[in-house]
Design a binder for this molecule. Structure first.
Ligand SMILES: Nc1ncnc2c1ncn2[C@@H]1O[C@H](COP(=O)(O)OP(=O)(O)OP(=O)(O)O)[C@@H](O)[C@H]1O
Length: 252
């Protein structure tokens, strides 16, 4: 078993996010989260898994500063955060490069710099050749790549992903796993990733946060000690199966 960690279990790195005893009660009375303690370190790749309704999206939104905890303490070190959702949400009347440039346009970056940075972001996701295409001309996987490029174009320190690959077929999904890990390994990004798939969480993450519902709490945090870059051999290894089993047992 490979136990060397080339990069980023990162517990010795600075904290990017620190959550202490946080809770979230929605206005209608639903207690979505309770007693959440979690630190995410700079450069980590952390996944949140758990049954529907356990508060994964709520916790992600709180970590991203898009929503507020109603109790406890949440400290986020950087405001440079981007979000990727399951739906690519591209503007159909804009070209790929114009979609990617949108966050820069909103923050007032000049047209020339916008184009140059959007093209650089498209290169990271292998879509340079499709810069002038329209979203309707792209497959689901390509649309997701555009969505990731749009998230990267503002050079965030934190990337929050809410089931980004949930609607994709398995082959496309796995290709995107490889691409996302490559992008992450060649950057200082901290990624927090929500998924329903324990396999996906184990393959991608340095730590997996297993949650349970009613109210949403963290049941266990499981480290995945496999080094990066991860290969297909990891996916078929006994260690992989063992981690999947451990997390699945935690969730049931
Ligand atoms: N805006 C809201 N107002 C009231 N209740 C909400 C709101 N958003 C979420 N909830 C409730 O909070 C709980 C946690 O929801 P959340 O979407 O965070 O869970 P989840 O684990 O991401 O679920 P899923 O896997 O189905 O996406 C659920 O009971 C949900 O119904």
């Amino acid at each position: 078993m490979t136990t060397t960690i080339d990069r980023k279990t990162a517990t010795e790195a600075a904290e990017a996010i620190r959550i202490q005893d946080a809770g979230k009660q929605y206005e209608n009375g639903t207690l979505a989260l309770s007693n959440i303690h979690l630190s995410v370190h700079e450069g980590e790749f952390v996944s949140l898994v758990g049954p529907s309704g356990c508060g994964k999206s709520t916790l992600l939104r709180i970590m991203a500063g898009l929503d507020q905890a109603t109790s406890g303490k949440v400290q986020i070190q950087s405001e440079q955060a981007s979000f990727v959702f399951q739906e690519a949400n591209l503007m159909p009347w804009r070209t790929v490069v114009a979609n990617v440039a949108l966050p820069l346009e909103i923050s007032g970056v000049s047209a020339a710099e916008r184009k140059q940075r959007a093209l650089a972001a498209l290169e990271k996701v292998g879509l340079t050749a499709h810069a002038d295409s329209y979203p309707r001309q792209l497959s689901g996987g390509m649309k997701m790549r555009v969505s990731i490029a749009r998230a990267l174009v503002s050079e965030p320190k934190l990337l929050f992903m809410d089931e980004p690959f949930g609607a994709l077929d398995e082959m496309t999904r796995h290709r995107l796993h490889e691409e996302l890990l490559n992008i992450w390994m060649n950057s200082n990004l901290t990624i927090v990733f929500v998924t329903h798939s324990v396999f996906e969480a184990v393959y991608l993450s340095g730590r997996v946060v297993a949650m349970e519902a009613h109210p949403g709490t963290i049941k266990q945090i499981i480290p995945i000690e496999e080094s990066y870059p991860r290969t297909n051999a990891f996916m078929t290894s006994p260690q992989f199966g063992e981690k999947v089993r451990e997390i699945t047992n935690t969730l049931t």
